[in-house]
Design a protein around this ligand. Structure first.
Ligand code: PA5
Length: 462
């Protein structure tokens, strides 16, 4: 019941493009200070594994919703940190090919994470709104995509049901307890609601009601997920800095970033874990990619996270990884064991073509391919580490979430940026609001229109 990190493949002689142990050890003092500061500040998400109240509110609400008649689908309306964790845990823990159709007695789950009209339209054609329960998730309560999804679905429901009051029963709104448009809507109109704690930002919120309600609705083991997170949280807070695996992970990645290897490939060898890599991608990108450091100096720091899925992407990206530029660090995500044993079988005993597969199992093939890729990368002088989850269950997914969140916070500290803000995202949000005619941003809209008018046009058509 643990996650293990094998860092051996990250180290070399120093003059071979790999990090030397001497350099890593010498930087550890700086890392230990970052860790001390983090533990002293102790952000609120670091206690979430032990906060029973969010799970309790989700359980109560999930029971009410599951008891409603005629509900076939559960749809999360949110974006970014309000969607990616939900997708990741559903894909990892409700493993049904292509569609998340979890335990008996629970609805099909969808997390569209998009306002593409074809995507949302197709979803509502497949599952009519009146057979859905919608969980609107927005920490800030002001995200334009989530507001638009909410309005589309509410409108569809009031048309189908002929009553606002009936339509409201199909919604649960997860948002800040006191602030934002969505909280006001809950207070004024009586929408059922759940809480995102004020001190927890979107991409650090999967272990709050943001992810827990989805888990409960899907019949997944949310309690174990919290226990896994709490285990990692406690172990990493209670050990010494030199034993802190998240710190070692963050430090190695930051040192490589400083050396020009700022592309960080997250490479799960598990199809069910593929969306954990999407979740990680947002966490690492949005937390570390910053214009200013903590003193306000312009630094343009960050690392570029990239998702690859094994063995699939061996036939897509590995050529680049083994022979392309030396600008990457690899994290392979390995499962100690898969849930299913599938024998490859021996139907063609006469054929020598299949001899090496005869009597073997698919999990052995996945692991051979993972090791093969690791060996190819190491022999090509590429830095690789392996994060092993004993298995992909709720407990280990909780461990993974907490581990990566802690590593990200440490990496932010080492890079001297604020990992918990996202001014670059806010800038885009404001511009979109201005372009959609939001009264608050009239001045900004005028600036943007002027800028567009001044732009020279360079369009080619074919
Ligand atoms: O991690 C973040 O803070 C962001 O990705 C947000 O989750 C995203 O912008 C959605 O914001 P909100 O939950 O406030 O609607």
């Amino acid at each position: 019941m643990a996650i293990h990190l094998d860092l051996a493949g990250l180290f070399g002689a120093g003059d071979d493009g790999l990090l030397s142990r001497e350099r890593f050890d010498a930087a550890y003092e700086r890392a230990a200070q970052v860790r001390d500061q983090h533990l002293q500040a102790r952000p609120e998400w670091r206690g979430l594994g032990e906060r029973e109240e969010f799970l309790a509110e989700c359980r109560t609400r999930a029971r009410e919703v599951l008891d409603q008649d005629g509900m076939d689908a559960f749809v999360v309306l949110g974006i970014g940190g309000s969607a990616l964790g939900n997708q990741a845990l559903l894909a990892a823990l409700a493993p049904v090919y292509q569609e998340w159709a979890p335990s008996p007695g629970h609805p099909r789950c969808f997390v569209p994470d998009s306002i593409d009209p074809d995507w949302i339209g197709a979803l509502l054609e497949q599952v009519p709104a009146e057979r859905c329960h919608f969980n609107v998730i927005s920490k800030s309560g002001g995200t334009i995509e989530t507001s638009a999804e909410f309005l589309v679905c509410f409108e569809a429901l009031r048309r189908a049901l002929g009553s606002d009051e009936e339509a409201r029963k199909h919604f649960t709104i997860t948002t800040d307890p006191a602030h934002g448009h969505f909280r006001k809507l809950c207070n004024d109109l009586g929408f059922a609601s759940l809480t995102v704690p004020p001190g927890v930002g979107g991409r650090f919120s999967v272990l709050t009601s943001v992810g827990l309600f989805t888990a409960e609705m899907a019949g997944l083991d949310a309690q174990s997920m919290l226990e896994g997170a709490a285990r990692v949280d406690r172990n990493l807070a209670g050990c010494s800095a030199t034993e802190d695996v998240a710190l070692a992970y963050a430090l190695a990645h930051v040192l490589y970033t400083e050396d020009g290897k700022g592309v960080h490939v997250h490479f799960p060898y598990s199809h069910r874990a593929r969306l954990l890599a999407d979740w990680y991608q947002q966490l690492w990108a949005e937390s570390l990619g910053k214009k200013h450091d903590v003193d306000g100096a312009v630094v343009h720091r960050g690392a570029t996270p990239v998702k690859a899925v094994g063995p699939t992407d061996q036939h897509s990206q590995v050529q680049l990884y083994v022979e392309g530029p030396h600008d990457k660090v690899f994290t392979m995500l390995k499962l100690g064991r898969f849930e299913r044993d599938i024998e490859i079988g021996e139907p063609f005993t006469q054929s020598p073509a299949f001899e090496h597969l005869r009597g073997k199992r698919l999990d052995a093939l996945v692991e051979a391919e993972r090791m093969g890729t690791e060996i190819a990368l190491v022999e090509a002088g590429r830095p690789v580490c392996t994060l092993e989850l004993c298995k992909l269950d709720a407990f280990h997914v909780g461990q993974y979430f907490m581990f990566m969140q802690i590593a990200t916070a440490y990496a932010g500290g080492l890079l001297r940026v604020d990992p918990f803000d996202q001014p670059g995202v806010e800038a885009g949000k404001v511009a979109a609001l201005a372009l959609m005619g939001c009264g608050e941003y009239q001045q900004r809209a005028a600036e943007i229109r002027q800028r567009q008018a001044d732009r020279s046009v360079f369009v080619l058509s074919a």
